[in-house]
Design a protein around this ligand. Structure first.
Ligand SMILES: NC(=O)c1ccc[n+]([C@@H]2O[C@H](COP(=O)([O-])OP(=O)(O)OC[C@H]3O[C@@H](n4cnc5c(N)ncnc54)[C@H](O)[C@@H]3O)[C@@H](O)[C@H]2O)c1
Length: 246
């Protein structure tokens, strides 16, 4: 089940954290993976960890021209694109009262605009091939609102959920299925922006009493990227240890 042999997958934000684990998981299921990230050396290393067929690409996902170039480069290098995992994201601590226009533009660019325009660039390729799977990484903060100084972040993640539903309706006839995952709190680098005592307090509130592991989210993404995911589109999958039950 959930084999991805002969599939080509793009994973953004793949130099570390959830993106790197997702890229390795898709590769372990047989996919050839194109890893995209701002950090050139780190993404090359992450690609090497995915096996000889994987490649790393230095891309700033907030720049639409670079997203279009990425799609052209991946088609040139791999010949097709079957799976897109829109994962790159940042979550700085930004209290509402002191957030700036620059903060708003930067977070919207990296977290939300990137996903929208990479889907726009990839969908024509998938349509020509007869279909594809897109998984957009949202967050529990995009479902319930952020709990700590991350109001712009939560807006980007809520936006992802809504534009994913809307685009899923538009491309369903092309057999392109778009779903979101909304992780709770994961044990990755992004959480280092939050004070450890806050992170511990969150873990105590989670029914499963711990943070999530990137591999647990990657397994869900692998299913959503597979042919077995054939009747889900426009859905958002909460994966949060029971923290929020919507
Ligand atoms: N860690 C969590 O608790 C958590 C919870 C919910 C959702 N998420 C989401 O999961 C995704 C991955 O998070 P993570 O915890 O692995 O974060 P991370 O900080 O460990 O990794 C993020 C990756 O994105 C890359 N990146 C940042 N800006 C970029 C840009 N402009 N262009 C290209 N790449 C860029 C970074 O270089 C890094 O490799 C994010 O979208 C995040 O919002 C994380």
């Amino acid at each position: 089940m959930f084999r991805l042999d002969n599939k080509v997958a793009i994973v953004t934000g793949a130099a570390r954290g959830l993106g790197a684990v997702t890229a390795r998981t898709l590769a372990s299921q047989g996919a050839r993976v194109a890893l995209a990230d701002l950090q050139e050396a780190e993404v090359a290393k992450a690609a090497a960890d995915c096996g000889p067929e994987a490649r790393g690409y230095r891309v700033d996902v907030s720049r639409v021209a670079e997203l279009r170039q990425l799609v052209a480069d991946v088609v040139r290098d791999f010949g097709r694109i079957d799976i897109l995992v829109n994962n790159a994201g940042v979550c700085p601590r930004l209290p509402f009262e002191t957030s700036t226009e620059e903060d708003w533009d930067r977070l919207m660019g990296i977290n939300a605009k990137s996903q929208y325009f990479l889907m726009q660039a990839v969908c024509p390729v998938m349509k020509r091939q007869g279909g594809g799977r897109i998984v957009n990484v949202a967050s529990s903060s995009g479902r319930t609102g952020a709990i700590v100084n991350a109001s712009i972040y939560s807006g980007t993640k809520g936006g992802i959920v809504m534009f994913s539903k809307s685009i899923a309706r538009e491309v369903a006839a092309d057999n392109i299925l778009i779903n979101c995952v909304a992780p709770g709190v994961l044990d990755t680098e992004i959480m280092r922006n939050f004070p450890p005592e806050k992170v511990r307090a969150i873990a105590d509130q989670i029914p499963l009493k711990r943070l999530g592991k990137p591999a647990e989210v990657a397994a869900l993404i692998a299913f959503l990227a597979s042919d077995e995911c054939s009747y889900c589109t426009g859905a958002t999958f909460d994966i949060n240890g029971g923290w929020f039950m919507l």
